[in-house]
Design a protein around this ligand. Sequence first.
Ligand code: ATP
Length: 239
Amino acid sequence: MSADPLLSVDSVDAGYGDTQVLCDLSLSVEAGEIVSLVGRNGAGKTTTLRTIMGILQPTSGHVTYDGTDISALDATETAQQGLALVPEERRIFPDLTVTENLELAAHGGTADGDSLSVAEVLEMFENLRERAGNAGSSLSGGEQQMLAIARALVSGADVVLLDEPTEGLAPYIVRDVMDIVAALNDRGITVLLVEQNVQVCLELADRNYLVDQGQIVYEGTAAELGANEDVLDRYLGVT
Ligand code: ATP
């Protein structure tokens, strides 16, 4: 592990127009980690991912990736640097087939030597392989989520920002998505995971940050967070 984190957010303020959402928010992710951001609805988790990705620019503070200040970059530029965002709404192309969705992502990505090919990714995702010729719109919610994650993989991303990948999925599909996240991490991809499902974080993440009202209010390992009933109850209402 390097001395400096791969991704760091330092004292960031960000929001929408006059509405400030993030307030002096700082976090860091080491290369190879799975780090989660948990918190209630409206806490600022999606806004944090958007600010890292460059969809929003911080009004104060810095985002640093692999030693470079990326605070002023837009989403196309951060993607070229090796970041990929899988948004909550998944954003696959419904009229294109699974393979076409992947080919388009491969074309638009960094396409560096580390990228997985479309064939390699289809090898990893059995469900998608079986539906390679089917339109995106014909996939179930879980399959669409897997396609969205697979698109990030073929784009050559080194860091994947996942926004609520298990949202709205049946429990057995949640398990499949968790296996996929673990598998891509095994391949060396660093993951920043936004989740409302604390159990997913406790099982998958090396470290967890709790966000409340645009600020980090707690940081801990899965064991620490899982044992901290006060924090779980106060910020997540899950005890
Ligand atoms: P959720 O799980 O509900 O998505 P979240 O923690 O991801 O919650 P954000 O989506 O980051 O929260 O929203 C944080 C705050 O920013 C909320 O008060 C929300 O209403 C506000 N917000 C989000 N998007 C916009 C927008 N496009 N314009 C104005 N305010 C917004």
